[in-house]
Design a protein around this ligand. Structure first.
Ligand code: ASC
Length: 149
């Protein structure tokens, strides 16, 4: 009964606000969740980078597996940037809540770049991986420069 009420409440909040941060019990959970997703994303992204930059011998299957994780992770952080997390301790800059359309644009750019990296990874072509890895890294950096302390 209790669980069912919570689900109905969560569904209602999500429908009203249009965002998934209502899924978190506390705003602090939302911050931990996005930091965790971005951390996991980084761990898998740098494994691709090591091969794209020639530090580690290219292995198409490894790149493909890591790109799939990066692709999944790239979609997860964004719903957590609700206004209730603005004043919590994190590296998020206030511009995130002042320029919501621009911030959304930066998210979409990164997700598009990561999708291209995933497509390249599935072709097994190192040159395509190098190119799309560089573009994805630039999209990560652009967002960090603007929105991360
Ligand atoms: C990473 C990571 C980023 C990007 C960025 C690229 O591995 O964590 O934020 O690459 O550093 O410039």
């Amino acid at each position: 009964m209790k669980v069912r009420f919570a689900l109905v409440l969560a569904a209602g909040l999500t429908a009203v606000s249009g965002v998934a941060h209502a899924q978190f019990q506390k705003p602090e959970d939302a911050v931990r969740y996005r930091q965790g997703a971005l951390y996991v994303m980084n761990q898998h992204f740098v494994r691709i980078g090591a091969m794209a930059n020639g530090r580690v011998p290219f292995d198409a299957k490894t790149v493909e597996e890591n790109a799939a994780v990066v692709l999944t992770m790239s979609k997860l952080p964004w719903a957590t940037f609700g206004p209730e997390t603005e004043d919590l301790k994190s590296k998020a800059k206030p511009e995130i809540w002042m320029e919501t359309d621009k911030f959304r644009g930066a998210q979409n750019k990164m997700m598009t770049a990561v999708a291209a990296l995933d497509s390249a990874a599935r072709t097994g072509n190192l040159d395509a991986v190098k190119k799309t890895f560089g573009e994805a890294a630039a999209a990560c950096k652009a967002c960090h420069d603007a929105y991360r302390q």
